[in-house]
Design a protein around this ligand. Structure first.
Ligand SMILES: [Zn+2]
Length: 275
């Protein structure tokens, strides 16, 4: 599922294909986008850059207009050469941005808005974002301070709160806590600064390892092969996520699973490694 690393790779791929190019066609299934496009046409604008912030993807057009999308569970951006066959059905198309060299298509993206660049800082979901481990400006001390400020939360819930640290989703949540050897149900107030630091630095190393540049991420923006174990075998790419009942890769104890938090998201952990 799209987490911060997925969006980072999507933004990088889109930026490579689109930055500096002029939009030759814009189409959308969202009436809100089409209304903005009717008033201030996207066609004819140069695409300045594409970037990620946490799980948000921002496409900047000349004239200070920004397209913000959020993929939630099933959204994705693809890049095609003109005339190339789409890998998703047309009914899943939400946004099309064409240039002379590339076509960028958003499929099943549930959240999209076109806004003025100077209004972006006032969009609460962006303005309130915590430090992003994939940003070159990542501030680990600030992430730790924000997580610490929610001493009432179980640590797995804190990691999903995008205002504390940005980009972590349900898969990284379990993987990072296994990597740091912390029980997901531990309350933040009971964890030491050293433990919180270990969690934050594990998040950074796991997420950055998944945005290394590779030939496979150049076209379809979501390859879907997130890896935290550094093992080559695709069947061994994660430590605990979606491995309930299977042996822990470190100690052999069967991996546990329990629903956690207000949204009942599945949490996976090893009871022995993460006491
Ligand atoms: Zn274990």
């Amino acid at each position: 599922m799209p987490e911060g690393d997925t969006i980072f790779r999507a933004a990088r791929t889109l930026n490579r294909a689109l930055a500096g190019q002029t939009v030759t066609r814009f189409e959308s299934a969202f009436p809100r986008l089409n209304r903005v496009d009717a008033d201030s046409p996207i066609r004819g604008r140069v695409i300045a850059r594409v970037e990620s912030r946490g799980k948000h993807l921002l496409i900047w057009f000349a004239g200070d207009l920004v397209l913000r999308t959020h993929m939630r569970m099933n959204g994705s951006w693809h890049v095609y050469r003109p005339g190339e066959r789409w890998q998703r059905p047309h009914r899943d198309m939400r946004i099309v941005i064409e240039t002379a060299a590339f076509h960028a298509i958003a499929f099943n993206v549930p959240v999209a808005e076109l806004i003025a660049g100077d209004a972006l800082a006032r969009v609460p979901v962006l303005n309130d974002l915590g430090p992003d481990p994939l940003s070159e400006h990542f501030d680990a001390a600030e992430a730790l301070r924000r997580i610490r400020s929610r001493s009432d939360l179980e640590i797995a819930e804190a990691l999903l709160d995008q205002t504390l640290i940005a980009g972590i989703g349900n898969e990284y949540k379990s993987e990072v806590l296994f990597g740091a050897r912390i029980n997901p149900f531990a309350v933040v107030g009971d964890l030491s600064d050293d433990q919180l630091s270990a969690i934050v630095s594990t998040a950074v190393s796991f997420m950055r390892a998944n945005v290394l540049d590779s030939a496979s991420s150049r076209n379809v923006t979501y390859a879907g092969l997130r890896r935290t174990t550094r093992r080559a075998d695709p069947g061994e790419r994660l430590w605990v996520y979606a491995r309930a009942g299977r042996p822990c890769r470190r100690c052999g104890t069967p991996i546990s699973r329990r629903k956690q938090g207000p949204y009942a998201r599945s949490t996976y952990w090893c009871e022995r490694c993460q006491r």
